[in-house]
Design a protein around this ligand. Sequence first.
Ligand code: G6Q
Length: 532
Amino acid sequence: MEFRDFSAYAAVGRLAALAKAPHDLTAAAGLTAQRIGAMKASCCGFDLLYATQRVTPEVVDALQELADEAGLVAACAAMQQGAVLNRIEGYASENRQVLHTACRDVFAEPPLVPAATAKARRELDKLRIFLDELADGTVTNAQGQPFTTMVQVGIGGSDLGPRALYLALKAYALPGRAAQFIANVDPDDTAEVLAGLDLSRTLFNVVSKSGSTLETLTNEQLVRARLAQEGLDPARHLMAVTGEGSPMDDPGTYLRSFYMEDYVGGRYSATSMVGLVTLGFALGFEAVMAILQGAHEVDRAALEPDIRANVPLLLALLGIWNHNFLGHATVAVLPYSQALSRFPAHLQQCDMESNGKSVTRHGKAVGWQTGPVVWGEPGTNGQHAFYQLIHQGTEVVPVEFIGFRYSQYGLDLEVAGTSSQQKLIANMLAQSLALALGKRDDNPARCFPGNRPNSVLIADRLTPRTMGALLAIYEHRIAFQGFCWNINSFDQEGVQLGKVLATRLLDLLSGRMVSAESTTPEESMLRQAGIE
Ligand code: G6Q
């Protein structure tokens, strides 16, 4: 794969010229029925409505030219076929393949990377057997009672995606099963989760790819101590998901050990055992396979070269248009679905850890903007909170709305002629229109400028399959943008420095390190913060 600088593409010049006069959504015919009908793309159960973006057909053509020139689909194909894309040329780097897609290529015969998918199948088989044993009573607590709760202990990629997916799909939990999550090294996080549990009926799933993460190992010890206090055998209550050969790869000390491979990045690992063990416990094996199926369908759909028929690629390019050409620094992902309450948090990590980079794949400083700030909260709650700024603030915030036509539980009531679900979705569409169209008013405080770009991603219902698809749509949108900006979206060097300094502070606190002078920034910070 040959990657070139973003600024070198002819399409970038063309888009910059078009961006001088972006489409005016507030003009008389700025948002016609014909436009709303034409600017729609579909993928794996989702429709993307993008007429409320500030693009013309000419801009979309130029974005297609950019995708072609930058070889974005070819890069996605190379990634799925096992190219070593996690690297910075000429410098020390992880130097790995990027194969989260192999975890869900289990439906294909032959899969794109047979060896990687064989490993995924092996782990899936282990998971199926384990779930069967839980169901038929082969695996129980010491009293022969079934386990009711699985607590996932992990942080970052070993927490955010799995937690977001569990909350999204909790409506489909098996009777008598639930999951909880402990991530923070804040002891109150663990204390709060443990306080509400019957530990004798609880499994703790310790998830760490490296097997060496401070927060996770500390929380594992806290959990072990609590189990011991209750007279419970940790080897009966603790499980592990880790990399083969990691310090946590010690099957003797766990009820079960599952593995993930080093070519699956933490923030892309929700569809590996990192997510699937806890999801399988709570939702069952069928749901696990449906999640994988939805993600797999999107993996294949992402290989479509026509951007008008490739939702993740189109989302990526619309994001680039808003960020690089219209100059908007952030993007808000606003799901009109309470179940997606932690999905924006997952995307924050997946997007900002992937694309918050300043050097190219060749180790040179970039001369263009890379990843935007990503944030979000579920609507309609957000409407009663921060929407003031997105309608009338000085900062224009592009918005990606996500919604569903039907609810998960089906528990609904018509009040004043409409159901709650209709109210929810009508609000989402109304916000999309309000942001785009704006409103004139003689009172300047009641003017809405409009032209605030947004799009709507909508499917019938949030199910395991659509959740898998949604996850993969965003994973690919992020990777496409990284390819286009010529950065390595798969490393995370930027999280290292803080870890090193934290270790130094802890060494000072524990007396492992004694500083000759008491004026180092580390010592001064500790002293002034009142931490001894
Ligand atoms: C994700 C990052 C990071 C990682 C956590 C947990 O892409 O690499 O968030 O997932 O630091 O790491 P472990 O799974 O190794 O404990």
